[in-house]
Design a protein around this ligand. Structure first.
Ligand code: SF4
Length: 226
């Protein structure tokens, strides 16, 4: 297992068998329309300083325009788009290597704080309430692994997620250190992967219906779905 990434760890968390198909056997998942839309949106954001509108669908043009017009976005001076990080961590003599691509590195023009900007696109907001009654986007809960890995590479940076939907004004959500997984928790998941022998299905159609329903391997490969 040469490199770990947020998507690998999330896939393993979802289902060990799915991880096996995708990362051990190398069977590619299908390209889904919603993934393609997200990829295109990220491409458009990365090119926003020299935005060739004609190359992007009208919905994405509107989303990028709304992001640029948002005063919360205007407070950042972007230093670099699609910045690659390769954090390496050693614990008990074992080396763990990670890889990730941040959406953007920026400086907050108001307080000078170095900030990682992540852009999340979706059809609409999916909010959940934390124990303090604060509302957060579901995507952030799903991305806790991602920002925890990035923080190992750039611990002095703050995180700001811009949630950009097709129908709601973009808004920013800051991530505080208590919302990170912590280095040891991440490395524990990596150890689980190192030590895994069976890669048996850990999602089940009855208890985790949506994980299986969204899984590309259910139709012709996964024994749990036959
Ligand atoms: S169909 Fe369900 S159990 Fe099988 S690999 Fe996919 S997520 Fe795992």
């Amino acid at each position: 297992m040469p490199w770990f990434s947020a998507s690998k760890l999330r896939c393993f968390r979802d289902c060990h068998k799915k991880f096996f198909f995708q990362y051990i056997e190398g069977v590619s998942a299908k390209a889904h329309e919603y993934f393609e839309f997200g990829t295109l949106f990220h491409r458009a954001v990365a090119e926003m300083t020299d935005f060739n509108r004609a190359l992007f669908p009208i919905e994405i043009q509107r989303m990028v325009d709304a992001l640029r017009a948002n005063p919360q976005f205007d407070r950042f001076e972007i230093k670099s788009f699609e910045y690659k990080v390769w954090p390496r961590v050693t614990r008990n003599g074992r080396e763990y290597k990670f890889f990730g691509i941040l959406d953007a590195l920026a400086i907050d023009k108001i307080d000078g704080q170095k900030t990682i900007l992540e852009f999340k696109s979706s059809e609409r907001e999916w909010l959940y309430e934390d124990r303090n009654g604060e509302k957060h986007d579901e995507k952030l809960r799903d991305n806790i692994v991602q920002h925890s890995i990035y923080s190992m590479a750039l611990p002095e940076y703050r995180f700001a997620y811009f949630i950009v939907t097709k129908h709601v004004k973009p808004r920013v959500q800051y991530i505080t250190p208590d919302q990170f997984m912590g280095r040891d928790k991440i490395l524990n998941v990596c150890d689980e992967i190192y030590n895994e022998m069976e890669f048996a299905p850990t999602a089940h159609r009855e208890s985790h219906g949506s994980t299986c329903m969204m899984c590309d391997y259910k139709d012709n490969m996964c024994e749990a779905w036959f």
